[in-house]
Design a protein around this ligand. Structure first.
Ligand SMILES: *[C@@H]1O[C@H](CO)[C@@H](O)[C@H](O)[C@H]1NC(C)=O
Ligand SMILES: *[C@@H]1O[C@H](CO)[C@@H](O)[C@H](O)[C@H]1NC(C)=O
Ligand SMILES: *[C@@H]1O[C@H](CO)[C@@H](O)[C@H](O)[C@H]1NC(C)=O
Ligand SMILES: *[C@@H]1O[C@H](CO)[C@@H](O)[C@H](O)[C@H]1NC(C)=O
Ligand SMILES: *[C@@H]1O[C@H](CO)[C@@H](O)[C@H](O)[C@H]1NC(C)=O
Ligand SMILES: *[C@@H]1O[C@H](CO)[C@@H](O)[C@H](O)[C@H]1NC(C)=O
Length: 436
């Protein structure tokens, strides 16, 4: 099984490194770093969030039903345990902590919107329209089909359905959004790939979706990324109460940082595009007492080592975030959760992805190690004054609420913060208020 998981990952690496031209920054940043207080005393809709409507989809696209096939969805492992608890996965033994699958953002997003106070059941008063399709499951489900036409038939059917709705046609889909828990490489099919060669689909780049806002854990960072918006990978913490968040923030704030830096992750094969980063990081971490190394061989071993992962990140001042199978990693959000300042090696890992969620100034919360510094990571980090590190850590700890997927059953009067979903809805509202 391990080998197969790696093979699956290899597809992502091939896709990302072959099809991605290098690209600088031209995304318009709309950063949002403060922790906004919502109206914690009421069940009312946040005035910065427009009323949104969740479509009912015909059974063949109903993701609740598709997800019931969890044992056969993915050719490599049984996904059922990860779909439990509305996508949070299995409980970890303390309240609000779950062993959450890193590609479940779409499921968690949906779960959080169902009881949302800004949800409307009235089409005519809705300003935003949510298409609750889990693109990530569609990829799993249909990647088995070698015949391209047949593989894409269900998606074409889905797009026909969506784009025929009068509510969709009224604004050409501009006020619609969907969420993908899988990175965009799962949706890129190279035009020269022949029938049967690729398991990928162009799902998200079909012209019917051109105006639809696509919220995704990783998107392209070039002009193709139009109407794609990065949302955080889910981590393990799904608080139900404001006090759970503030207690956790206290805990990581005061956590004893015994090590300068840490790395949690695995190696990559020689021919892999990320090998140069991974081998540099692992060998430098291994040879100094200042670094905590938690080596994982593949995803599977990561899921069941939450204490080890967050434990290492809570003891370190900096957490290295080199690219892996793709540019982004769930680990970015684990490290924010642990109050550990992330260290990036390319601007595609976070700065060009998550503009709704991160501070505008990268030096306020993170470190970027350039190619010329790759072989002297410790030296670079040692030069950053402790005062600076503390300041960055405070920013990081303040970011925890907005990069967290709250528990779907959190009670609204108890919640005093905006999480991933609220933050996204606020940003979508800003966009839609320009067109309505
Ligand atoms: C999907 O099907 C389930 C079970 O029949 C139903 O409860 C749910 O409302 C449906 N969801 C959507 C989004 O249509
Ligand atoms: C679940 O899997 C069965 C068996 O392959 C299939 O017939 C059925 O259509 C699937 N259900 C959904 C909702 O995809
Ligand atoms: C949320 O509440 C519903 C209805 O009470 C319940 O069925 C569901 O199991 C709860 N979800 C979790 C994750 O506890
Ligand atoms: C793929 O499926 C379509 C529709 O069923 C069929 O017309 C086409 O011949 C198939 N292509 C191949 C290469 O089998
Ligand atoms: C997308 O919006 C443009 C106008 O901004 C419109 O011309 C086009 O038809 C829309 N696309 C779809 C698929 O509705
Ligand atoms: C770390 O260093 C030790 C001692 O030099 C070596 O035996 C070990 O293989 C190294 N581990 C890694 C992951 O590089």
């Amino acid at each position: 099984m391990n080998a197969k998981v790696l093979t699956f990952l290899a597809f992502f690496s091939i896709a990302s490194y072959l099809f991605l031209p290098y690209y600088g920054s031209d995304l318009e940043a709309t950063p949002n770093s403060e922790t906004h207080k919502t109206q914690s005393q009421s069940n009312q809709c946040d005035p910065d969030i427009a009323p949104f409507y969740i479509y009912d989809l015909p059974d063949r696209f109903n993701m609740t039903l598709v997800a019931r096939n969890c044992s056969i969805l993915n050719p490599w492992f049984n996904m059922c345990p990860y779909f439990d608890n509305q996508g949070m996965g299995q409980p970890l033994g303390k309240p609000s902590w779950y062993n959450t699958y890193q590609f479940n953002a779409d499921m968690l997003f949906h779960a959080r919107t169902v009881n949302h106070p800004c949800r409307t059941y009235d089409l005519s008063s809705a300003r935003l329209f949510y298409i609750p399709v889990y693109a990530s499951l569609f990829v799993h489900w249909f990647e088995k089909e070698k015949n391209l036409t047949q593989r894409e038939a269900v998606w074409v059917d889905f797009l026909d359905h969506i784009s025929s709705l009068p509510t969709f046609q009224r604004h050409g889909g501009h006020n619609h959004f969907l969420v993908s828990g899988l990175m965009v490489w799962g949706f890129i099919r190279s035009p020269d790939q022949k029938e049967g060669e690729s398991r990928f689909n162009d799902f998200l780049t079909f012209p019917q979706l051109a105006n639809v806002s696509k919220l995704i854990i990783e998107h392209e960072t070039n002009a193709n990324a139009k109407n794609f918006f990065g949302i955080p990978y889910p981590s393990y913490f799904h608080p139900q109460l404001e006090v759970e968040i503030t207690m956790w923030q206290e805990e990581v704030h005061h956590s004893e940082r015994t090590h300068l830096f840490s790395f949690v992750g695995g190696t990559r094969p020689k021919e892999h595009g990320a090998n140069k980063y991974r081998s540099a990081v692992i060998s430098q971490c291994n040879r100094t007492e200042s670094c905590l190394l938690v080596q994982c061989k593949y995803w599977g071993s990561v899921w069941d080592a939450v204490d080890e992962i967050l434990g290492a990140m809570k003891r370190a001042r900096f957490c290295l975030q080199p690219p892996g199978d793709t540019f982004t990693r769930r680990s970015i959000f684990d490290s924010i959760l642990a109050g550990c300042v992330p260290v990036f090696f390319t601007d595609k890992t976070a700065y060009l992805q998550y503009e709704w969620y991160i501070p505008e100034r990268r030096e306020d919360w993170s470190v970027l190690i350039g190619p010329d510094q790759l072989d002297r990571i410790e030296e670079v980090l040692l030069q950053i004054p402790e005062k600076e590190v503390k300041r960055m850590r405070e920013v990081i700890v303040g970011m925890i609420p907005q990069v967290t997927y709250m528990h779907p059953n959190a009670s609204w009067p108890e919640i005093g913060f905006r999480d991933v979903v609220d933050t996204a809805l606020v940003e979508l509202t800003k966009r839609v208020r320009q067109i309505n």
